[in-house]
Structures are given as C-alpha cells and as structure tokens.
Design a protein around this ligand. Structure first.
Ligand code: NAD
Ligand code: UD1
Length: 336
C-alpha cells in the first residue's frame, strides 16, 4: 500500500513513518519543516533501513502539493500536518485557521481530483472541550475552547461532509490524548522550539538542567493529589494506532472515529515522581496558579479502538518516562 504522510517529519508523523516502513508500507512524505527538521528524514531511513521520497512542501502551496499527486499514485493519506500550539493559536488565530483549514482543503481537493479516497486524520481530545465527566467516549459532546481546537473540530466536520457528498470515502478520525515518550533508539523524539508548553518536555528540560524548575499549574483540582490528570500515551503506541486504522479501515467507506489513549489518568506529580525515579535525581518544582483554560482531568474510554481496530496501548508510564529521558539525554539541544 502506498501512503502519503503529511507532516511526516514532525513528532508523531516521524514515529508513524517508522512503524509504517517496518511493516512494508511504501511511503511518500512531505513537510514544510515549519516545526521540524529535515534531519528527521535521514534518521528515519537509518533506523528502518528503508528508503522513501521526501518533499519539502507547504500544504498551502496548492501547485507544489499537486506535483506530489502528479508524481505518485496513493492508496491512502495520513494527515498530520498542522500547527498545534494552543497559546499561539489564541494570539494568531488567522494564521492557525489559514494553515490548518486552508491547507487541509488543498489536500482534500487533490484527493478528490486524483481519486484517493482513504484518509486518516490527526484529531485531538481537545475537541471534547471543557469535559465534565471522565472517561471520555467518542459520543461525548464536542466543542472548541481555542482556535487550535476550532481547527480540529472544523476539519472533523469537513471530513464528515466529504463523506456525505461521496460515500466511497473512508475517513478515520483519531482523537489523540497526550502523546509523550520517544523512539527506543533515543534518536527521535519531541523536538520543541523554544521553551516547551507541554508537561513532559518541560520536565525533561528541568531534569537535564536547561530550565530551573517545573511550574505545577495548580494543586487544588478535585483529583488524587490536587494536580491535573491526563491520559499520557506513548508516541509509538499512538503510531501503531494509525497502522491499525489503515489495516482495518482502508477501503471501508464511512467516518470512523476513535479515541487513542490508554484509559489511565496520571497527575502532574505522578509524572514528575516517575521521571525522578527514571533519571535518578530530584526535579525541582513549585506550585503556581492554574493555567487558564486547563481542565481538572481528561482521560479516554479507549474501548472502541480495542473492539473495532484491535488496538490497545501497550507501553506503561515508566517506559514513557525512560524513553523521553533517553531522547533528552542523547539530544540535550534537540536536533539543532
Ligand atoms: P509537530 O509539530 O511535531 O508535527 C506537525 C508537522 O506538520 C511539523 O513537522 C510541521 O513542520 C508540519 N506542518 C505544519 N504546517 C504545515 C504546512 N502548512 N505544510 C506542511 N507541513 C506543515 O506536531 P505533532 O505533535 O507531531 O502533531 C501531529 C498532528 O497531531 C498535528 O495535526 C497535531 O495538531 C495533532 N495532535 C498532536 C497532539 C500532541 O500533543 N502532540 C495531540 C493531539 C493532536
Ligand atoms: C495541551 C493542550 C491541548 C492539546 C494537548 C496535546 C492546552 C491548554 N491544551 O493539553 O489542546 O491537545 O496539549 O498537545 O495547552 N502542566 C504543568 N506545568 C507545565 C505544563 C503542564 O503543571 O509546565 C500541567 C497542565 O496543567 C496539565 C498537564 O500538566 O494538567 C498536561 O499539560 P500539557 O502537557 O500542556 O497538556 P494538556 O494541557 O493536557
């Protein structure tokens, strides 16, 4: 099967490319490199021993994108490309809507034109908005609490409408919970630019001495220890979820929606203490005010993915921390 991977040099895309190549899929990858490094292409080739075509292309460049469809015949598209920083999306909504929505529309227009009718899309648990109860199942109400979330929700709706207009399409919408961890080799991981916003890269940068201490955003939530609870999932488990969606849903018309999470929630302090065990040092932290827009807890009911895709996250918290730490220690400055 020949697959086009958009955003394939990014964090989740690159780990998915490895799993695809290792299972014999033929890949074409494109990325604008706005939030990733071209070095990832060689790292993925070297880890897998497999070759693939890479295009440096922005999905807003309709002609550049069309050239990729002219050059290759695809069976399916796995669509990761997009901007993902929540805070930045609040400051620059037009940039986010333009990039994520217009870029996706360019892609879908070409999929229609070149008759590629299978797509797997990177959605997010953010589409559940301000959830009131956990665990979260796929039929929970949807809402957006920031422009980034707005783009995910709109793209989901565009894909649903696409299927209504042409019911030969197979659309898989994967709603990720909180991906962390890295490839076991330590050569590939999350490569945030500047000071990280997300918990795990922040913790590992404190542990390695690049940042002074972790700010724990609030300790009075109604959770086990008062800190926020999330469903952290190993990026390789997440990557394998895409393989399952391709295996089970390619050529099966419909809109197939799955939560990809472990179903287990861990608090900020539980993550911090597990990382302390792994890196064998104290990680300084201070409790500060809650971050605007954060919810107390968020974890998945992942039973639909198990039932219909035969997929379940296998890697536990200790391994997620070990792999994140190995990546951080081997690449103190990321790939730059
Ligand atoms: P990432 O930033 O590492 O990867 C996204 C890639 O898309 C980057 O390499 C970037 O350069 C590329 N890109 C952005 N705009 C582009 C454009 N116009 N044209 C071509 N390439 C473009 O992020 P990630 O964590 O790997 O996320 C992948 C996808 O999963 C994104 O759509 C993101 O919104 C979604 N997602 C991520 C998380 C998470 O916590 N990481 C959670 C839920 C959903
Ligand atoms: C964030 C995004 C969400 C996105 C998800 C995955 C926000 C508000 N939400 O979710 O839309 O889908 O990333 O990319 O940005 N924490 C600290 N100190 C820190 C960083 C985080 O205490 O320095 C806490 C947070 O309060 C939260 C937990 O750690 O309880 C996880 O935070 P984070 O990694 O940013 O992910 P989310 O907020 O779940």
């Amino acid at each position: 099967m020949k697959v086009l991977v958009t955003g394939g040099t990014g964090y989740i895309g690159s780990h998915t490319c490895i799993e695809l190549l290792e299972r014999g899929y033929e890949l074409v990858v494109f990325d604008s490199l706005v939030n990733s490094s071209e070095k990832v292409v060689d790292i993925v080739k070297s880890i897998t021993g497999k070759d693939f075509k890479f295009y440096k292309c922005d999905m807003l460049d309709a002609d550049g994108l069309e050239q990729i469809f002219e050059d290759n015949k695809f069976d399916s598209v796995v669509h990761f490309a997009g901007l993902k920083a929540v805070g930045e999306s609040v400051e620059m909504p037009v940039k986010y809507y333009t990039n994520n929505i217009c870029g996706t529309l360019n892609l879908l227009r070409l999929m229609e034109k070149y008759e590629v009718r299978n797509i797997v899309f990177s959605s997010s648990a953010t589409v559940y908005g301000d959830v009131k109860t956990v665990p979260i199942s796929e039929d929970f109400p949807l809402s957006a609490t920031n422009p980034y979330g707005g783009t995910k929700l709109m793209i989901e709706n565009i894909l649903k409408d696409l299927f209504v207009s042409d019911n030969r399409f197979s659309v898989s919408i994967l709603r990720y919970f909180n991906p962390i961890g890295a490839h076991i080799s330590g050569r590939l991981g999350e490569n945030p630019r500047g000071i990280p916003n997300n918990l795990m890269p922040y913790i590992t940068q404190v542990a390695i001495g690049k940042l002074d201490y972790l700010r724990v955003f609030g300790d009075t939530y109604p959770t086990r220890d008062g800190t926020g609870v999330r469903d952290y999932i190993h990026v390789v488990d997440l990557a394998i979820g895409h393989i399952k969606a391709l295996e089970k849903k390619t050529g099966i018309p419909g809109v197939h929606i799955y939560n990809l999470g472990t179903g287990i929630g861990y608090s900020v302090l539980e993550i911090l203490h597990t990382m302390e065990e792994v890196c064998k040092k104290k990680i300084p932290y201070r409790i500060v005010s809650p971050r605007a827009g954060d919810i107390a807890q968020c974890y998945a009911d992942a039973s639909k993915a198990l039932l219909e895709l035969g997929w379940k996250a296998e890697r536990g918290l200790k391994q997620m921390c070990e792999d994140s730490w190995r990546w951080q220690s081997m690449n103190p400055n990321g790939l730059e």
